[in-house]
Design a protein around this ligand. Sequence first.
Ligand code: TRP
Length: 328
Amino acid sequence: MSKKKRVLSGMQPSGLLHLGNLMGALDNWRTLQEEYECYYFIADWHALTTQYSDTSKMRTFVHEMVIDWLSAGLDPNKSVLFQQSQLPEHAVLHVLFSMITPLPWLERVPTYKEKMEQINDRDLYTYGFLGYPVLQAADILIYEADYVPVGIDQLPHLELTREIGRRFNSFYGEVFPDPQPLLTQYPKLPGTDGRKMSKSYNNCLYLSDTPESITKKVMAMVTDPARQRRTDPGNPDICPLYSLNQIFAPREWCDHVKRECPKAGIGCVDDKKELLKHLLAYLKPIQDKRKELIANPKQVQEIIDAGSAKARIVAREMLGRVQEAMKL
Ligand code: TRP
């Protein structure tokens, strides 16, 4: 019997997850559980690299994210679900990697420069922020992950992870295998205002939204802006509602809209109602599971503690090999 390949990925706890996170990452993570040995963790130290000055919401964010994960179908019986800050082993490997990582490697990571320019309300000239990818390399390599499911923005971090692993191997002998990215291809989800769904735009449909709130948001959603009256013809190709329907509604309905909307044969309200029918059905099991978990906060904590204990066994073993290789 061949051993299952190992998958590892992490997510920063920065608030409630929305439909874009579900379609972009979580759905994929859930599918991978069936085929791989999966390790998924809450990257709370990574969240600190930008949120260090105010950690008052940290515990709430962590707890809510685990609820979102579990309600979206991540299964603690199939995957190891854990919390980075419960694994000091990651920090030890991070410090060892920091000894061998040349500074210019970090300074030229594109996300480093981009975030420096984008985020102006916080001081990011910190040691931790520059070292973000070194910590990520430790997260990945300590589990000898074969595959790392990530979005395209994370590819430079993965490349750096491989470079750090190779440099380590060249100094101290073959310890780390080369992890491969699993690029998640997913449709870009528009938010209710037509821009990309994103917390900072305040245009999200959240997994934690009630059916009433989802209904309200969808009914108020932007469609083709040129279509002001019911009798105006519309263009599905630029309509965010149509994009969502292509994901959630059946093919026949989308074909129908594609034919009728440009002739004003169907109105936006009809189309919204159709989206709601499918979207609410899709979210129903997630919301049911969510209610169950909210009633049981202790169980949520226990799942993360148990997952962290499992991860610790693997991380310790690897750290032992690293220290042996380095003659520590
Ligand atoms: N940097 C990742 C993100 O922001 C989160 C992360 C931290 C991660 N460590 C990781 C992802 C290890 C994959 C593997 O999305």
